[in-house]
Design a protein around this ligand. Sequence first.
Ligand SMILES: [Zn+2]
Ligand SMILES: [Zn+2]
Length: 278
Amino acid sequence: MRFTVLGSGSTGNAVLITTEKTRVLVDAGLSAREILRRLAVVGVDFNDLDAVLLTHEHGDHAGGLRVLLGTVKCPVYISKATADAYLGTRKGSMNGGESESVKRSDALKNRTVEIESSHEFRIGDIDFEPFSVPHDAVDNFGFVAAFAGVKIATLMDFGHITTLIKEKLNGCDAIVVESNHSRDMLRACSVYTWDLKQRIASRTGHLSNEDLADWLTNDFDGSARHIVLAHLSQRANEPHLARITAECALQMRPPLFRTETKITLSNYSEPTEWISFQ
Ligand SMILES: [Zn+2]
Ligand SMILES: [Zn+2]
């Protein structure tokens, strides 16, 4: 099994997880055109995709989906609540008005496989174990993808690390995890309104470098050889700062629990290298 983060940040997210037989695109938050370009960059034919898996309805995860479905022919794995929110049939949801809602509904018609955010499901030969994460979307989840004894966890868009999350991350071989903002940079950011800062920093917002560091030092079991930092804010974070904060946190672990874990940064504009497991 191997994976690449095709792109990640506030402007759009997509992750690709594959085995020899199965190719799953996780989220479609980049434009369809960018997703297709990046699939080509990493050497995957879009005709070979087996599924698009949607974690939640926010635009930076679902914004490219409708147009993408005009090109790719695979089904969309999505929970009922997320589909309703994506289609704008839930009260208070905003997705660009009625016409967009109709277009989305047409695009998804007969293309979905309903999943639940707390029940295991399988796509091809990959087993997915989803788990809820605290975020201000209707039904956001992270998941562990397992194949042939290898486990890859992916979780973005969550405001704090819960006991459930800690449990699910134990024993994983690779983890793609949000390192959204530096608390100081978020506070000092002159572009964001007070409301937006509150939303990002809340317990159902986005994970800070500092919260991730706390988990790395105190709760990480050391099993993952690769940790990919994802969803870095372009305004309230710096890639170097996110990396140094995570690497220092690993160094702070008690000597007996030091690990060889490699930290990789994902980027909003280009895919990461493939990270592969035999
Ligand atoms: Zn997001
Ligand atoms: Zn979100």
